[in-house]
Design a protein around this ligand. Sequence first.
Ligand code: NAD
Length: 470
Amino acid sequence: MQREYSLIINGKQVAGGRGTFDVINPATEEVVSACPYATVEQLNDAVDAADEAFKTWQYSSDEERKQALHRIADGIEANAAELAEVIVKEQGKPMFLAQAEVGGAVAWTRYTADLEIPVEVLEDSDNKRIELHRKPLGVVGSITPWNWPLMIAVWHIMPALRTGNTVVCKPSGLTPLNTIMLAEIISKEVPAGVMNLVTGESGIGSAITGHEKIRKIVFTGSTPTGQAIMRNAAGNLKRLTLELGGNDAGIILPDADVNAIAEGIFQTAFLNMGQTCAALKRLYVHDSQYDQVCEKLVELANAQTVGDGMAEGTTFGPVQNKDQFDLVKELVDDAKANGADVLCGGQPLDGKGFFYPPTIVANVTDDMRIVAEEQFGPTLPVIRYSDVDEAVERANNCDVGLGGSVWSSDIEGAQKIAQRLECGTAWINGHAEVLPHAPFGGCKMSGFGVEFGQEGLLEYTVPQTLNINK
Ligand code: NAD
């Protein structure tokens, strides 16, 4: 039987005041389910409920909140199979990747549960003691994208709850169903009003970012939306964590062992069909290895099984939505028209679904759109260089700076190069790996603030200095 999806406001499941909209399966173009569409009045109700719940939740004990997060992790685990299936159907990724997303959501929730909120003693002298405490902010608005919808919702919501804030979440209208399930799981474990969820498109999004009772916005999505949010959030000086787009460069140094690194490069460039914020999106390769690298990547691309994520054996799913699919096609076609060589893929598959095979594009230049713009899809431009300093300069010649990588057999030498990259995370012989204990965020127009680890946790707090005269 088809399950129903509702908004969650003040601990209750509520139908959308504007009716419903359809969520589409990108592999079949069929409707997965109807999703409730909230009105702005319902958003206001959700914020009021969160504001009211904050009055007591902020004083809940540390232990109470830790235990609540562990129970939520248990709930995600208990619903893992259904969550993974819903993710495959609405997001498109293959089942093994959806299962990994659910597993990651559990691990992140447990890790966040066990983080400590520190009290720092800054002075303890005969007549004075100064302590630095961290207090929750109030209502946190969470706005999520469609690429890793469950994982990113967990990244936003768990640290907010752990530190004593209340939440109003708005998932992407393209992949809202798994996040509704998550909100149901969470709201069973916390008092009414602590966790709220509304769905709807940008009208609801901008109502959240402008709302006077919301104290912080945590946003993961594109840079233009991040800019709109920052403008809209100025009214009451909301705190912001903005995890925005990237156009990550990877540089293969001439000493690298191509056979050893090729698989790692392929997997991190095409992770989630390339729809990963910190995927490798521009690959710089030295003249001496250019042909060998291209050949290896083509071999790996051709070994993929493209298909519906629900089908056994699928390793590579569709692009999540028609707009993104059209953009990938447009960027590859533009590269072709400007003289690049498409070594494999390069054409959508016939039939239903937004299927675009993994596509390696060679002999590209930095000014081609496929290099200069974030593709956020299954294509990788391979760019030739002859001098390492020049490669670093070209990698940095970009408005965004989320991640970057250097691939080499000489770790020390690679580290020197990696530290020159203008990005929030620099990997050596890897890319796109995020971990619950390693702060992650961008520089330049990839946003600001970090998630994960203690530094990420503290972004959901405001410092209060306690100055005690003994
Ligand atoms: P998007 O910016 O189009 O949408 C993200 C969310 O913002 C959705 O929920 C959308 O409904 C909402 N939204 C749209 N307009 C809004 C407005 N004016 N005010 C408030 N909310 C609004 O992004 P997307 O297409 O869903 O995601 C892809 C982008 O996200 C890529 O650029 C990718 O690099 C980026 N991303 C970044 C990270 C990171 O950690 N830095 C992680 C994942 C994705």
